[in-house]
Ligand binder design. Structure first.
Ligand SMILES: Nc1ncnc2c1ncn2[C@@H]1O[C@H](COP(=O)(O)OP(=O)(O)OP(=O)(O)O)[C@@H](O)[C@H]1O
Length: 456
């Protein structure tokens, strides 16, 4: 891949002829933007222009290489400085490299070629750094709450204000709300608005991990700590160091692990299973639950002392049915995304379909709305989605075979219907369907086993 990252270079050289020679050689790459100075002072006066690279003659009339290097690095630590000296002196070279010089070259027949290579390496590093910055900016944008979290209702505006506050302060956050209301999305948004945004965001769904494995998942284990621990493993808390750890479904933590978590939070250190050595950690904790934690405390299932430690800034996510016109805003956005990703003509919602969505109570909240809209886009005959294309609770889209409905039909059957439809669309490819619907493939296997769906 040809390199085309511009490099802004200062040449600081009091010997006019040598300076010209350096400029001539380096200007053979059109990406090099060169300025030439003959004194230290002139170089320092222009440092505000943030050059990427400086070639610095070791002996200048108004300063020696090591002092000048220090002055430059104090004011502009990121610049790469290549020191060019008239004499070879290994000790000076080592000392300069220790002080942060990028390279040390001696003036001889090969200086120009070595300088060319050295500048080429700086350019490659710059390119990588800029790509990294771009990627980081994209990630930041992705989790910019104003972009990733859709909604214009009062409740969502209030939520944005809380996300902003939580992003600026470094306190724990506890999120509550029904399933699918966006608790994890909000946790990520807070992380990506906080000073920890360049560090990991580690999410653990406490309810999804078997109890006997949870301690080692959270805190890690030493080799041989228990049968099957063939290697040492660091836990999710250590993984999240300096970043954020998000514990979803925190109310499912059993009482013995609640005690261990409390200790970790009090001591700010974790101990791997099978070890006695505490490891300091510094991660921001966010927790979420769809249960009422206060009630869990009252009923003795959740430790009161841990509850108060975790509470921090409590954020309650409103159910989708209470967000008014946001339902349609979200529905249209999910439709557009789905049609674009699948190269389909963009669908719209008929007036009757809109009315139906506004009346529905969405027990699965935003996650359910997303699945309903994606399925509707697949089922719709034309480009306009009609009420019969919406697989809402108690409403069955035409052409979707549902399993027998008992008293507790609905969500489970709706899920089965959606999975069945996707299995048809993806020719029975379970992995693809699991990825597309963001559900575990074991869920699909279980549905097959229970004959809720078929592979035919
Ligand atoms: N306001 C929103 N705007 C856009 N997408 C949203 C919004 N709220 C939620 N979603 C989407 O809905 C889905 C469910 O969100 P999320 O997983 O954050 O919910 P949750 O409350 O953590 O669910 P659970 O309690 O089941 O873990 C995700 O695909 C998420 O991107």
């Amino acid at each position: 891949m040809p390199i085309s990252t511009p490099v802004h270079i200062f040449i600081v050289e009091d010997n006019a002829w040598y300076g010209e020679l350096l400029e001539y050689r380096l200007s053979q790459n059109p990406d090099h933007h060169i300025r030439r100075f003959t004194t230290v002072q002139a170089c320092l006066d222009n440092l505000g222009d943030k050059p990427d690279l400086i070639t610095l003659d070791f002996s200048l009339p108004d300063g020696q290489g090591d002092q000048v290097l220090r002055l430059i690095k104090e004011r502009h630590p990121e610049v790469a400085v290549i020191v060019i000296s008239g004499q070879e002196d290994v000790r000076t070279a080592i000392s300069l490299l220790h002080q942060g010089a990028y390279d040390y070259l001696v003036k001889d027949d090969e200086t120009l070629d070595r300088l060319w290579n050295s500048v080429g390496n700086v350019q490659k590093q710059l390119q990588l750094r800029r790509e990294n910055e771009q990627l980081r900016a994209q990630i930041g944008q992705k989790y910019d709450p104003q972009r990733a979290i859709l909604g214009e209702s009062q409740q969502i505006k209030h939520l944005f204000a809380l996300i902003d506050k939580a992003g600026r302060a470094n306190i724990s956050v506890s999120l509550s709300g029904e399933t699918g209301t966006g608790k994890e999305l909000v946790a990520k948004a807070i992380h990506f608005r906080s000073e920890r945004r360049d560090r990991p965001f580690v999410a653990v769904n406490v309810a999804a991990i078997p109890g006997e494995l949870l301690e080692s998942e959270l805190f890690g284990h030493e080799k041989g700590a228990f049968t099957g621990a063939v290697n040492r493993r660091i836990g999710r808390f250590e993984e999240a160091n300096k970043g954020t750890i998000f514990l979803d479904e925190i109310s499912e933590l059993d009482l013995s692990l609640q005690a261990k978590l409390l200790r970790v939070l009090q001591e700010r250190e974790v101990v791997r299973v099978g070890s006695n050595a505490p490891i300091a950690f510094d991660a921001r904790l966010m927790v979420a639950t769809h249960r009422n934690l206060e009630q869990e405390v009252r009923e003795g299932r959740f430790r009161e002392d841990l509850y108060y430690r975790l509470l921090g800034l409590p954020i309650m996510l409103p159910p989708l049915r209470e967000r008014g016109a946001d339902i349609l805003l979200l529905a249209n956005s999910f439709l557009q995304d789905f049609c674009r990703q699948n190269s389909m003509v963009a669908c719209t919602l008929s007036d009757q379909a809109q009315a139906l969505l506004l009346q529905y109570n969405f027990p699965g909240n935003v996650r359910e709305l997303k699945a309903v809209m994606e399925l509707a886009a697949v089922l719709a005959e034309g480009e306009v989605i009609q009420p019969q294309d919406l697989s809402l609770r108690g409403e069955r889209p035409q052409g979707v075979a549902l399993a027998d409905s008992g008293a507790d039909e609905s969500l489970r059957h709706q899920t089965a219907a959606i999975v069945q439809r996707y299995l048809q669309a993806y020719n029975g490819n379970i992995l693809q369907v699991a990825a597309r619907l963001q559900i575990g493939k074991s869920t699909i296997y279980r549905m097959l086993q229970n004959k809720e769906i078929t592979l035919s």
